[in-house]
Ligand binder design. Structure first.
Ligand SMILES: NC(=O)C1=CN([C@@H]2O[C@H](COP(=O)(O)OP(=O)(O)OC[C@H]3O[C@@H](n4cnc5c(N)ncnc54)[C@H](OP(=O)(O)O)[C@@H]3O)[C@@H](O)[C@H]2O)[C@@H](O)CC1
Ligand SMILES: Nc1ncnc2c1ncn2[C@@H]1O[C@H](COP(=O)(O)OP(=O)(O)O)[C@@H](O)[C@H]1O
Length: 500
């Protein structure tokens, strides 16, 4: 099943369907078995301390304890009084195989956490409604002070599954085994940082039950690889797409050059940079036309058009006017940086890809950046409704919004938080459009290609990686996505979330 994104309410709706079909018991069994498997893989020896809360999240922990125990692991279970029917049932099953649960109190947790090899957090899952009540707050403080790794079930206890913010106290997990679908909190901002590495476990639930609820998809590398263009052996530069880059202004000339490099490295046959400034080309294969002024540039273009155009990178104060002219061409167009102006709202068309970072997106929506980053999925959707075409709301991770829904990208590297990264991405997207991909495919595939190249470059350069380093890794990234079986280890090393 493809990977989906679910809010707490959506996960609860699937739970209710499972319960009414008599299948929730099986789902909990699968969930607990998967958690046990993850513990065995990550921490194969030593005592496992499992904490079970009152709800079904606690039930998952009790199932995991039973699986670990029958596999020969030393387990200790501390549990709050079970309120959920299946949590009560699984407590009896655990006792039946010979494991007694002890009451979960702060002093007992403090003692038991001292020499545990791993702590499994099954206190609160998607049923948590903030704010935290006692004694959960005290228990979470003790968990966070423990010296052993912490594995959370579904979501770290105390995080609101729906929110990209981690407002209050929560468990800081080293790893989270999430069930059935990604929760927004596991993907964005501070909340995601508290989840550690995330493993997605797809439960045996009828696909439409999840699909109907899903907020967004997270395409796998295999799915993304299948979107990338395939070229015939007799291809030549005239068939691989001619991209124009319209950008650059005194002081920001590099932006246009980086976009050009991104376009070439993502496979464009020909790339021409048009600017009113002297753009130093980072690759000699790029072609450059310096124009006296943009009016003169448009006159010289006449009726000539490229296969795709990227506009706005470092373009400066003329950007809105230039973008307006380009939008009238009605050809595959990437609008980035200075071209992302509110006055262009309503002028977009189906072949546009808009690529705002959160600051630019906030400007387009007339809101603040912190407000926007609290709800990136909602923001991307609203932007798409206003601008048309496809919107890439950039970040770690980026969200792609199109008329058919939302897609959240996987991967990337924190070293990509450096100037010029977005310029390279614009070039990549224009390149894929120029090679014939429809805008939504160009956006989904281009964003993942860029992130994968960032992961590769990050392994070489760490936080010192530059946009040109990322461009130089695009060929390898392309190969990784089109032959994903050859890179399972590098995916794991680079921290790419499972499910990609
Ligand atoms: N979807 C799936 O794929 C499947 C999901 N499964 C699992 O089910 C989990 C969801 O289970 P759930 O709905 O029972 O809720 P859960 O997270 O255990 O918490 C509820 C308990 O927390 C308590 N509580 C709440 N707020 C609180 C607060 N502020 N401060 C303190 N306490 C608070 C609340 O107490 P009450 O308000 O009732 O007193 C209630 O007893 C999900 O995350 C996954 O692990 C699998 O088993 C099967 C397949
Ligand atoms: N921590 C990160 N993880 C993954 N990708 C990141 C991260 N930080 C930045 N990026 C990516 O780098 C790019 C930055 O774009 P942008 O801010 O427009 O850069 P610039 O304007 O300097 O060209 C985006 O594609 C974004 O997704």
């Amino acid at each position: 099943m493809p990977a989906y994104v679910l809010t707490a309410a959506q996960a609860a709706a699937v739970d209710r369907r499972l319960e009414s079909a008599g299948l929730l018991d099986l789902a909990m069994e699968e969930a607990g078995a998967a958690v046990a498997g993850e513990v065995q893989q990550q921490v194969p020896a030593g005592r496992v301390l499992l904490l079970a809360g009152t709800g079904a999240n606690g039930g998952d922990a009790l199932v995991a304890a039973r699986h670990l125990y029958v596999q020969g692991r030393e387990v200790e279970v501390l549990a709050l009084p079970a309120r959920h029917r299946l949590t009560q049932l699984n407590r009896r099953r655990l006792q039946a195989v010979g494991v007694q649960c002890r009451p979960l109190r702060p002093a007992a947790l403090h003692r038991s956490a001292q020499d545990a090899a791993v702590l499994v957090d099954g206190l609160l899952g998607t049923g948590f409604a903030p704010p935290l009540r006692a004694p959960l707050d005290e228990l979470i403080h003790i968990i966070n002070a423990a010296h052993c790794p912490v594995l959370s079930i579904d979501i770290p206890s105390g995080l609101d599954a729906h929110s990209a913010q981690a407002a209050g106290l929560s468990v800081h997990a080293h790893r989270t085994v999430t069930l059935m679908g990604w929760k927004p909190a596991l993907m964005f901002g501070e909340a995601a940082a508290r989840a550690g590495a995330v493993t997605l476990v797809a439960l045996t639930v009828p696909a439409p039950w999840v699909q109907e609820q899903a907020l967004a998809v997270r395409p796998s590398d295999r799915e993304v690889g299948a979107m990338l263009p395939v070229r015939r052996n007799d291809a030549h530069k005239g068939t691989a797409g001619h991209v124009w880059v319209l950008g650059g202004h005194p002081g920001t000339v590099g932006a246009a050059s980086l976009a050009g490099a991104g376009a070439l490295r993502a496979g464009a046959g020909l790339v021409t940079v048009h600017s009113t400034a002297d753009v130093p080309l980072v690759m000699p294969e790029l072609m450059m036309h310096r124009h006296e002024a943009w009016d003169a540039a448009f006159r010289s273009f006449g009726t000539r058009r490229p296969d795709a155009v990227a506009v706005g990178m470092g373009l400066g104060p003329d950007a809105a006017r230039v973008a307006r002219e380009v939008l009238a061409w009605n050809i595959p167009t990437v609008l980035d940086a200075d071209a992302l102006q509110p006055e262009l709202t309503g002028l977009g068309h189906d072949l546009c890809v808009w690529t705002p970072h959160p600051g630019e997106a906030a400007r387009l929506l007339d809101t603040s950046t912190p407000e926007l980053t609290r709800h990136p999925l909602d923001a991307a959707r609203t932007l798409q409704e206003r601008l048309g075409g496809v919107v890439v709301l950039k970040g770690g991770p980026s969200v792609i919004a199109h008329s058919g829904g939302l897609s959240v990208a996987c991967g990337g590297h924190p070293g990509m938080a450096s100037a010029g990264m977005g310029d390279t991405l614009s070039g990549i997207l224009a390149s894929l459009l120029g090679q014939g991909l429809v805008p939504v495919q160009a956006a989904v595939a281009g964003v993942r290609l860029h992130a994968r190249a960032g992961e590769r470059a990050g392994q070489l350069h760490g936080y010192g990686l530059s946009a040109t380093d990322v461009a130089s890794q695009l060929g390898g990234a392309w190969a990784d996505l089109t032959h994903p079986q050859s890179t399972p280890d590098s995916d794991r090393l680079s921290g790419v979330p499972a499910g990609c």
